[in-house]
Ligand binder design. Structure first.
Ligand SMILES: [Zn+2]
Length: 314
C-alpha cells in the first residue's frame, strides 16, 4: 500500500513539475495575492470547506479535494490532487490523525507559495477509554469538528491563514469569521437546550466511532459498532452487546451513518424492532447535497432534530 502510494505520488510529482515549469515563468511563487484575484483554497473535509467558504466571504474560491460521497479516512490521493494543490494559495486539512494521507501528499507539492494549514492546531484530541463495545482505547479521536468549541478554534485558524495571505481583505474576513462563530455558539445553545430533557442519553450507533466529542459535550453516552474508522469491521460480540443494550434499555431508535450502507443499524433494528435515524458526522457530503448547497449547520441541525426524536427529548 505504502509503495503504491509512493509511486503514485512520485508520478504525480514528475507530471506536476512539468506542468508548473510553464506556470512558474508567469507566476512568482511568494507573490502576495493581488486584491482583484480570488484566493484559491483547497480543503480536505466538508467542515473545512464550509468554514473556508463562509470566512472567505466571496473573496475566496474554495474547493473540496474529495469528490462528493468519498470516504476520507482511507482516502488514496490521486495524481490530480497534487496538481490542484499546486495551483492553490492555501491547503487546509483537519489534522494528522484524520488525514494521514494529506501530510504525505503535501511533501510532494512543489508550490513554494502555498500555505499549508492544519486546522486542528490548538485542539486537544480526545482519547477513547475503551469502555464501550467498539470504543478505541487511548487512540486519538480525529473527529474534532463535532465539538463546537473545536469548530470555533478551527474557524479561527482558517481566519488567521486568510488574513495572512490576503491582508487587504482582513476586515471582511474578520467580520465573516465572527458571524460564523456566532452561528456555532447559537447551534451549541440549541444542542444544550434541546438535549437537556430526554428519556434516554444513549446513542446506539450502527457506524464508526465518530461522535465521541459530541456525546461528551452534551453529557450523552455513545455506543458505536465500529472503531475510529469505517473500514474496521464490527465484531459479532460487539453487535450482540449493542442488541442487548437496545433491548435492556427499551431503546426505540438506532442511528446510522452517512454515505455508507446502513447494514449494521439494519442488523440491530432487525433483532430489536427499533427504528432507524440518520446521524451524519459531516466528513463529506453526497453529490446531491453539494448541488443543493447544504451547509455544516444544516447537517448538524438535522442531527439535533434526529437526536431529539431518537432520545425522546421534550
Ligand atoms: Zn470518521
Amino acid at each position: 500500500m505504502k509503495n503504491k502510494r509512493f509511486l503514485i505520488v512520485l508520478a504525480a510529482f514528475v507530471f506536476a513539475a512539468a506542468v508548473f515549469a510553464v506556470a512558474w515563468s508567469r507566476r512568482p511563487a511568494a507573490e502576495p495575492v493581488p486584491g482583484a484575484r480570488k484566493l484559491k483554497i483547497v480543503t480536505t473535509l466538508f467542515p473545512l470547506y464550509d468554514m473556508a467558504g463562509a470566512i472567505g466571504a466571496g473573496k475566496a474560491e474554495v474547493s473540496l479535494l474529495l469528490l462528493p460521497g468519498v470516504e476520507p479516512h482511507s482516502y488514496e490521493p490521486k495524481p490530480g490532487d497534487i496538481v490542484r494543490i499546486n495551483e492553490a494559495d492555501i491547503f487546509i486539512y483537519t489534522g494528522g490523525s484524520m488525514e494521514p494521507w494529506a501530510e504525505d501528499l503535501i511533501k510532494s507539492v512543489s508550490n513554494k507559495g502555498l500555505t499549508v494549514l492544519n486546522a486542528g492546531l490548538g485542539v486537544t484530541l480526545m482519547r477513547g477509554t475503551g469502555t464501550g463495545p467498539a470504543e478505541p482505547e487511548n487512540a486519538p479521536d480525529p473527529h474534532i469538528w463535532l465539538d463546537l468549541d473545536n469548530a470555533g478554534v478551527m474557524a479561527g485558524n482558517i481566519l488567521a491563514a486568510l488574513e495572512n495571505k490576503d491582508p487587504s481583505n482582513k476586515d471582511l474576513y474578520q467580520r465573516a469569521a465572527a458571524a460564523y462563530r456566532g452561528r456555532l455558539a447559537a447551534l451549541d445553545t440549541a444542542y444544550k437546550t434541546g438535549l437537556s430533557a430526554c428519556r434516554t442519553k444513549e446513542i446506539i450507533y450502527g457506524g464508526h466511532y465518530a461522535f465521541g466529542y459530541l456525546a461528551r459535550r452534551y453529557g450523552l453516552k455513545y455506543l458505536a459498532a465500529q472503531g475510529l474508522s469505517p473500514d474496521s469491521e464490527p465484531t459479532a460480540r460487539d453487535l450482540v452487546a449493542l442488541v442487548e443494550q437496545v433491548k435492556k434499555d427499551k431503546i426505540k431508535f438506532v442511528f446510522y451513518e452517512e454515505l455508507t450502507s446502513p447494514r449494521i443499524a439494519e442488523a440491530i433494528t432487525g433483532e430489536t424492532g427499533a427504528k432507524m435515524l440518520l446521524l451524519n458526522a459531516a466528513h463529506n457530503v453526497s453529490r446531491d447535497q453539494m448541488e443543493r448547497g447544504v451547509s455544516f449547520f444544516d447537517i448538524l441541525q438535522s442531527d439535533l432534530d434526529n437526536l431529539r426524536e431518537g432520545l425522546e427529548c421534550r
